[in-house]
Design a protein around this ligand. Sequence first.
Ligand code: DAT
Length: 177
Amino acid sequence: MASITRTLPNVLISGTPGTGKTTHCTALALSTGLHHLDINRVVKEQECHEGWDSELETWIVDEDKLLDAIQPDLEKGGQIVDYHGCDLFPPSLIDLVVVIRCETATLYDRLQARKYGQKKLDENMDAEIMQVLLEEARESYDEEIVVELQSNEADDVDTNVERIENWVAAWKRNRTE
Ligand code: DAT
């Protein structure tokens, strides 16, 4: 089985757009040496989509094609997976799920700064308020591997990254014992 042969863990960093996924993944890739697997980038560069949704300003993802594209990396392990969805990845290939959260006023400012259209902005604000990603994560994976972390201030990133770094180190130790 793929999960037995992996010597490095796969960590999914999820959350509503603007909460801080990419900020965390970039820092984590630097501090752990694991690979930042930016799913939006794969979708775009490997054309794992069925076109552009101009109303929601996003690619319409072809999930089968996307999974085919990333499966080898997930099987290899050592991936920090950066994506706003949780239910797409095979649970057997994900070792930790971090759902990044953010206070609504702060998120609103971040999304406005990105110049999102009103529909996209409202949809993402609703998703954060209704904690859609957290629920999705809890439904898709064992509850013990799902962690919710706040990302409102710069200090939060440092604390969260250190915590995930420690988790990765413990996972590696457990593998070799
Ligand atoms: P995501 O990848 O979830 O869309 P991001 O990492 O690009 O989010 O962050 C969105 C913006 O918010 C970006 O300008 C960085 C900033 N940001 C993220 N986390 C933060 C934090 N904890 N403190 C201050 N700014 C943060």
